[in-house]
Write a new protein. Structure first.
Length: 383
């Protein structure tokens, strides 16, 4: 099996060469969306990588998708503007009806429809997803949605949203995970008719928003799978998300390590290259070792996921180790560059801000540790 995906990596690198540091820097300053880059990726078919060929996608596995995202980040770019277009559709693919699949998947594969907004997190419930308060109440052939989401990324650049809402009150369900349902919301129809989007400016250029629902009507035919089973459907997709974001972290780490190594060789202080000092080279070597280890875990998680085996522990560990490796490499890279690590034109401070996110989202480090403790090691549930 070609687990390196050399051809795909080469094509992504060639595409990314057209979007150098200057491009990302200018967008970062304005907190603007990389529309041109996303269009180029879409036209090249990369964002339809995981959609089966029968629906017009490339039918590739998660390992190939991970390679695409790793290369984007290794080139100095950022896939967060569109990575969700790759995996959110997985919930429709795995749990949607035949009619729903043929209605949405081919248009997503062609890039005519963007499904890259995922409404789970809410301001009051945070990580405690089962306590979310947005409700969907059945009313004839539609559901009426009320509530609020926060950190719904790319909502302003998406035609559709995958929304998790409560259909049965928490105190009336038989099992903890029951009572939540997943809907596809047509955001073009919803905007101004029960749905409002408010952008949130963040420390890095990340098109994220708050979304408010006020008696928004969603056709009942947009319910995915069975009512009340949505939490389980969404959990399925989260392993894919963790593997792909871990691959982005590996790409970021490799970018930082390459920058730091080149600079350590070239920068001369006290008549010697700074990289001649062990105090400079050891942190680079340590970041490199951590990144290679994280990459192995990403590949193992991807292989398990592709084989249809339970991938939860590996996907979580991949995300944990890769987020740690990228943050370690980011900190090291600033240190190796001394004062220049803070200068905008080096791109390091931008990537440093971007790399910080993955200690918190899409799931925080603590919650991964709690998962490993409880579900892998059998320790008591801590929350
Ligand atoms: C830029 C950005 C983009 C995002 N995009 C999306 C998106 O598109 N869709 C979406 O639904 N969400 C999105 N999120 C939300 C993200 O998934 C959450 O921020 C993340 O899951 C943490 O939830 P929270 O912010 O509510 O933190 P909280 O749940 O309030 O937690 C705060 C801190 O407490 C810690 N903590 C909480 N409970 C425990 C516990 N039991 N044990 C130990 N530590 C604990 C957490 O680890 C965290 O460090 C995004 C967030 C950001 C910042």
């Amino acid at each position: 099996m070609d687990d390196r995906h050399d051809d795909i990596r080469q094509s992504v690198r060639a595409l990314c060469a057209g979007y150098p540091g200057e491009y990302w820097r200018a967008l970062d300053r304005e907190r603007a969306y990389p529309a041109e880059f996303v269009r180029a990726l879409t036209e090249a078919g990369f964002l339809g990588a995981l959609i089966p060929e029968e629906y017009g996608g490339s039918g590739l596995g998660i390992g190939a998708a991970a390679a695409i995202l790793e290369e984007i980040h290794k080139s100095g770019g950022n896939g967060a503007a569109c990575h969700a277009q790759m995996y959110i559709m997985g919930t429709i693919l795995r749990h949607g009806s035949a009619q729903q699949k043929s209605r949405w998947l081919p248009a997503i594969a062609r890039g005519e429809l963007c499904l890259q907004a995922f409404g789970v997190t809410e301001p009051t419930s945070g990580t405690d997803t089962l306590s979310l308060r947005t409700t969907a109440v059945r009313d004839g052939d539609r559901y009426v949605i009320n509530g609020q989401k926060v950190w719904t990324s790319r909502a302003e650049h998406s035609d559709l949203m995958l929304l998790l809402a409560r259909t049965t009150p928490k105190d009336q369900v038989k099992r903890r995970g029951d009572g939540l349902s997943v809907f596809v919301v047509d955001m073009r129809a919803a905007l101004g008719h029960g749905m409002t989007i408010r952008p949130i400016r963040t420390m890095m250029n990340h098109a994220t928003t708050e979304v408010f629902f006020d008696d928004l009507a969603v056709p009942a035919e947009n319910l995915i799978g069975e009512e009340g089973k949505g939490f389980r459907y969404v959990l399925d997709g989260m392993n894919a998300e963790r593997i792909l974001i871990a691959a982005e972290c590996v790409g970021d780490a490799r970018w930082f390590i390459e920058k730091a190594t080149a600079y350590a060789k070239e920068r001369r202080v006290f008549d010697r290259s700074i990289g001649q000092n062990q105090g400079v080279q050891f942190p680079i070597a340590r970041a490199y070792a951590a990144t290679e280890a994280a990459d192995l875990m990403v590949k193992r998680a991807a292989a398990r996921f592709e084989a249809g085996e339970p991938a939860g522990p590996d996907a979580n560990m991949a995300k944990l180790l890769a987020a740690d490796a990228s943050w370690q490499a980011a900190d090291m890279c600033v240190q190796v560059h001394g004062g220049f690590g803070f200068a905008e034109e080096y791109d390091i401070e931008r990537k440093f801000r971007e790399a910080r996110l993955y200690q918190v989202a899409p799931i925080s480090t603590n919650l991964i540790l709690a998962y490993i403790a409880e579900h892998v090691l059998g320790l008591p549930r801590s929350y």
